[in-house]
Design a protein around this ligand. Structure first.
Ligand code: C2E
Ligand code: MG
Ligand code: MG
Length: 717
């Protein structure tokens, strides 16, 4: 542009020179005027000065720029002074020699060009280059901004050739890969041959996304850091940069380290899916697994719900640490039993579940049940104690028993309930008749609530006899429920229901009171044993209840025996000791019932103030066939004798058993051989045969006339 202008100026200069010669030529001077007018319209300023310093030409733009007065032409111009003034005034200058760039403080920028001519004159050109200058300046700014962003970005940024050859990588990406310089990084990437993703299929996926959609958005992958080969998770975005023809010329992209996020998410997921205490699956994961099966048209599985029978006792007796250890061992055993395809979950508390997937699983359900029950019966050693928790297992099969997760769970629960109400420590597979029985059970529970007010409970009495003479020394009071429609029910048909319904304390207290009432009618040498359930024993008012029953009936406390099982001792030891001490202080005797089942710790005999121990009938039943039983019975009898305790052997049905026990020195015997449990009127009648004076009831008892007929014959009386 400047060269073109200089040419134009040269022409103008020539024309001006000629103009002088042909001053007379009017046409020519008109052309000159046109030329000047034209020069006034252009954006550049032009000043021509001849060798003498006289201004030959000065267009409007130049006059304006140099602030020269009109009519300058023909006057002399001190160019040196002019430029000096100009520069001093308000410009800063860069450049030197003939060309300079002038910056006006307001922001305008001018190029000044001073060109000496061959004729000794000078051509001065001045051009406003502000717009150009601004453009370049903002371009430069943008570029340096981009570079700053690129270099200082916290995420990795790169530009590659479409074949993957790295062109640029910012500091973050270089550092992410363990390098110090971009050069090191590029070399390493080229040498590694693109071996970056941990899962090699990821490369294909990346390329597929890029070629089909032109971009990759928020792709999360695991990669190797180039230098250390350490694994990291990243989130990446990438896109093609295309030329005007649409052909990709670069791949650009960003990479963010997502390791913490991914691992955090994995940890949260793992936490949600796992029961932290036992390592079994969580209830959440269990339900998801079950839902996936029940929603699948071809889904099939067996669901086992495993409920520990005596967990609460262990927890109460040995503390929460021991309880936790039991739960962990149980989970471990179940996992081992269930196999790798199954899901073992802890549903909460002491309830576990196993989902065995597949249609064939139902074929082995019976076997699995037996295995689970057996495994749960194995003792668990904790802090020197051998805890036997046992479990009840309810089973339902999908799709045979249910159409939905909810129904499947309900039905497994029904099967479990069935086991629990039938003595626990067993397994049961759901069948549709069970639902009906459950309804009956619920109805029974409702009936039981009104049993005491309706006076429908009764105590039956079973004799306890002296081994040597066969004479009756006492009776055990055993509860019966005279159900309005179902007749007399034994305790195993309602005690579990009463426990579940929270009615046991009320029932138990009733039994103590009634036994005391009736016992006063019996001869003074006869003791009465009453069973006390663990929940009744744990209830706060037991001592007060016993005291009141004795006080109200006038029974001598020494005639009352309270029978408790080892479960009672599994409550907090300090509570058990306090309650037992308080009861003993009343003068009541305590018997340890069913010894030989449960924990059977001989140390219980030493630690607590029992005056009797009752050897369980399951033990007595094996006495003829199992020599070990005899040895244990012998040990119990010896220890009891040393501790000054009486031993009662329960469940004696044969003379042979009685003879063996007598031979071992057992002094008290109880069992069908000597008499079944019978109504109070019956035993009164029996006693009357021997001593009418002493066995007549001394107080009127409301239920006497309602008692059923004697059903068994008392053998020894
Ligand atoms: P338990 O205290 O061990 O009572 C002995 C049980 O064994 C009684 O069963 C009795 O009928 C039965 N039995 C006695 N001799 C023989 C025998 O020779 N052979 C066989 N096969 N059985 C014999 P019952 O009356 O059905 O009572 C069962 C359990 O119910 C009792 O076991 C006791 O734990 C509980 N129970 C009974 N009455 C009460 C009560 O008033 N309160 C509480 N909490 N529990 C009670
Ligand atoms: Mg008993
Ligand atoms: Mg017993």
């Amino acid at each position: 542009m400047r060269d073109a202008l200089l040419k134009l100026v040269a022409c103008a200069h020539q024309a001006a020179a000629q103009c002088d010669k042909r001053l007379v030529d009017r046409e020519h001077s008109a052309a000159m005027a046109d030329l000047r007018a034209t020069l006034d319209t252009i954006n550049q300023g032009i000043v021509l000065v001849d060798a003498t310093g006289t201004v030959q030409l000065c267009n409007a733009r130049a006059a304006e720029f140099f602030r020269l007065p009109d009519g300058l032409i023909g006057q002399s111009l001190d160019l040196r002074r002019l430029t000096a003034e100009l520069l001093e005034a308000d410009f800063t200058v860069s450049g030197s020699g003939r060309t300079a760039t002038l910056y006006r403080p307001g922001g305008d920028v001018f190029d000044l060009h001073i060109e000496p001519r061959a004729d000794g004159g000078t051509t001065i050109l001045v051009e406003d280059v502000t717009a150009n200058f601004r453009r370049e300046e903002s371009l430069h700014l943008a570029e340096s901004e981009y570079l700053s962003l690129f270099e200082n970005a916290v995420c990795g940024i790169y530009r590659d050739k479409p074949d993957g050859t790295p062109l640029r990588a910012n500091r973050a990406l270089v550092a992410f890969n363990g390098y110090e310089s971009e050069q090191q990084y590029r070399t390493a990437v080229k040498q590694s041959g693109g071996n970056w993703y941990v899962d090699p299929d990821r490369t294909k996926l990346f390329q597929h996304l890029l070629t089909t959609t032109g971009e990759v958005r928020d792709l999360v992958s695991e990669v190797y850091r180039h230098r250390t080969r350490e694994k990291r998770w990243i989130t990446e975005n990438a896109w093609y940069v295309r030329n005007k023809a649409g052909v990709p010329i670069y791949i650009e992209g960003t990479i963010q380290d997502a390791t913490e996020r991914v691992e955090g998410l994995a940890a949260v997921e793992q936490q949600a899916n796992t029961d932290q205490l036992t390592g079994a699956a969580s209830r959440f994961h269990f339900l998801n697994t079950l839902n996936a099966i029940t929603r699948d048209a071809n889904g099939a599985c067996v669901l086992f719900i495993v409920d520990l029978d005596k967990f609460k006792d262990v927890n109460d007796a040995l503390g929460h640490g021991a309880g936790d250890a039991v739960l962990s061992t149980v989970a471990q055993r179940l996992r081992k039993l269930a196999g790798p395809a199954a899901t073992v979950a802890r549903l909460g508390g002491d309830e576990f579940a196993i989902i065995t997937p597949g249609a064939s699983a139902s074929m082995q359900a019976d076997m699995k049940c037996a295995d689970i029950v057996r495994a749960m019966r194995e003792p668990i050693e904790i802090e020197g104690h051998n805890a036997i928790v046992g479990a009840s297992v309810g089973v339902a099969i999908f799709p045979a028993h249910a159409a939905t997760t909810e129904e499947l769970l309900n039905n497994a629960d029904i099967a479990l309930y069935h086991v629990k109400t039938n003595g626990r420590n067993n397994a049961c597979i759901f069948d549709h008749a069970m639902k009906l029985r459950l309804q009956q059970h619920k109805a029974l529970e409702a009936d039981l609530r009104s049993a005491i007010p309706a006076d429908a409970l009764e105590l039956y009495y079973q004799p306890i006899v002296a081994a040597k003479t066969g004479s009756v020394l006492g009776y055990e009071a055993l509860m019966r429920w005279n159900h309005p429609r179902r007749g007399f029910l034994p305790p195993d048909q309602f005690i579990g229901i009463a426990e579940d319904a929270g009615l046991m304390t009320e029932l138990g207290n009733w039994a103590i009171r009634r036994a005391c009432q009736q016992a006063v009618a019996l001869p003074g040498h006869i003791s009465i044993a009453v069973n006390v359930s663990p929940s009744q024993f744990r209830s706060s008012g037991i001592v007060e209840q016993v005291k009141r029953a004795l006080g109200d009936t006038g029974l001598n406390a020494s005639r009352l025996v309270l029978e408790v099982t080892e479960n009672v001792l599994m409550t907090s030891q300090s509570i058990a000791t306090r309650v037992m001490d308080d009861l003993t202080a009343l003068g009541v005797k305590l018997a340890l019932d069913d010894f030989g089942t449960g924990y059977s710790s001989l140390s219980y005999l030493q630690r607590y103030a029992f005056s009797k121990v009752k050897i369980d009938r399951s033990f007595v039943a094996g006495i003829e066939s199992k020599p070990a039983n005899t040895a244990i019975i012998r040990a119990i009898i010896r220890l009891a004798a040393d501790l000054g305790m009486d031993v009662v052997a329960e469940g004696i049905e044969s003379e042979h058993q009685a003879a063996l026990l007598r031979a071992e020195g057992c002094e008290l015997l109880q069992g069908y051989l000597f008499g079944r449990p019978r109504p109070f009127v019956d035993i009164c009648a029996d006693l009357a045969l021997h001593n009418l004076q002493t066995c007549m009831p001394q107080r009127p008892l409301g239920t006497l006339q309602d008692a059923p007929e004697e059903r068994t014959v008392h053998k020894t009386l």
